[in-house]
Structure formats: structure tokens, C-alpha cells
Design a protein around this ligand. Structure first.
Ligand code: SF4
Ligand code: SF4
Length: 164
């Protein structure tokens, strides 16, 4: 199953940090340009790497188990989704996600995450993004450089924001 699950990954060696992917996402779902309302993040690691960051669609998906409201589930296609109707914004999923891939939408108080819609992948002007699977990534990045760079900077990339 692991090799078939799709996720979006960004190549920090190609990304220019333009934030188009982040803004395309908030436009698509909330009709606003707002990083706080986007399911994507782009983080600059100085001096020169911009990491586009998304849900990895983990096989074990700790976010699902962490939700006390059973608001998170995996669809038949394999996508982990959050029910806006069931979510009460406790933030347990935010804490549980090892990739800092879930945010609480400041307008609704509900959790949001990437669902691999692919809109950002289409709109990236330098083709830094791909929807892939573990198996496909071995073909498009045979040396494993993309994941290795993410792993190398994991401490910074997946740091949780302090609660207010
Ligand atoms: S749109 Fe492409 S180049 Fe711009 S920040 Fe996103 S991944 Fe990077
Ligand atoms: S939101 Fe986080 S924990 Fe849940 S599937 Fe995505 S990366 Fe994994």
C-alpha cells in the first residue's frame, strides 16, 4: 500500500520561493490569497533552499488516530481527508503530524491539509512540484536527492509553531 499512496513533493533545488503554489491553494479552497489559509507551505532554509511542503499521505497517518472526533479518514483512493463538519479544532492532528502538514484555518477554527488536488503542481512556473508515489519518485529522482534534502533539514522544516 505504501508504494501506491500519492503525495505532493517539491524539489528545493528547483523551487524559487515565489509562493505561487501557496497562494493558488488558498485561492482554490477559500478564494483568498493567504498563506495562513493554504494547505501548502514554502520554507526558506538559508542561504538558498526553498522547500515547498505538503502532507506526505503517510501509510500509518498518525493524524487519523490522534483525532478525538473521528473527523479524519482515508478515502478509497488513499487520500487522508478531514471532515469539516466533524472537526472541532482541537489541534490534536496538528500535534500528531510529523510533517507539520496540518493547520487550523483562522476563520473557521477547523483543521486543513493538502488533499493532493494537484492545482499547485499545474501552476508552479518552474515545475518544482510533482504528484508522486514512493515507487514513482524512485524513477523521477533515482538518486533520492529530494527526500534526502528534506531529511537533512527535517528539524527546521517540520518544527511546530508555538501555540499562542
Ligand atoms: S510555485 Fe513552484 S517555484 Fe513557486 S514557491 Fe511553489 S514550488 Fe516554489
Ligand atoms: S497530515 Fe501529516 S500525519 Fe496526516 S497523512 Fe499527512 S503527513 Fe501524515
Amino acid at each position: 500500500m505504501l508504494s501506491e499512496l500519492e503525495f505532493v513533493i517539491g524539489d528545493p533545488q528547483v523551487c524559487t520561493g515565489c509562493m505561487i503554489c501557496v497562494n493558488v491553494c488558498s485561492m482554490r479552497f477559500f478564494k483568498t490569497i493567504s498563506p495562513a489559509r493554504s494547505r501548502a507551505r514554502v520554507l526558506r532554509v538559508e542561504p538558498a533552499l526553498d522547500f515547498p511542503l505538503f502532507c506526505r499521505n503517510c501509510e500509518d497517518a498518525p493524524c487519523i488516530d490522534a483525532c478525538p472526533e473521528n473527523a479524519i479518514r482515508r478515502t478509497k483512493k488513499g487520500t487522508v481527508i478531514i471532515s469539516e463538519a466533524k472537526c472541532t479544532g482541537t489541534g490534536d492532528c496538528v500535534e500528531a503530524c510529523p510533517y507539520a502538514a496540518i493547520k487550523i484555518n483562522p476563520d473557521t477554527g477547523k483543521a486543513i491539509k493538502c488533499i493532493q488536488c494537484g492545482e499547485c503542481v499545474k501552476r508552479c512556473p518552474v515545475d518544482a512540484l510533482q504528484i508522486t508515489t514512493r515507487e514513482k519518485l524512485q524513477e523521477t529522482d533515482p538518486d533520492g536527492e529530494i527526500l534526502a534534502l528534506h531529511d537533512e533539514h527535517a528539524d527546521i522544516l517540520y518544527e511546530k509553531e508555538e501555540s499562542p
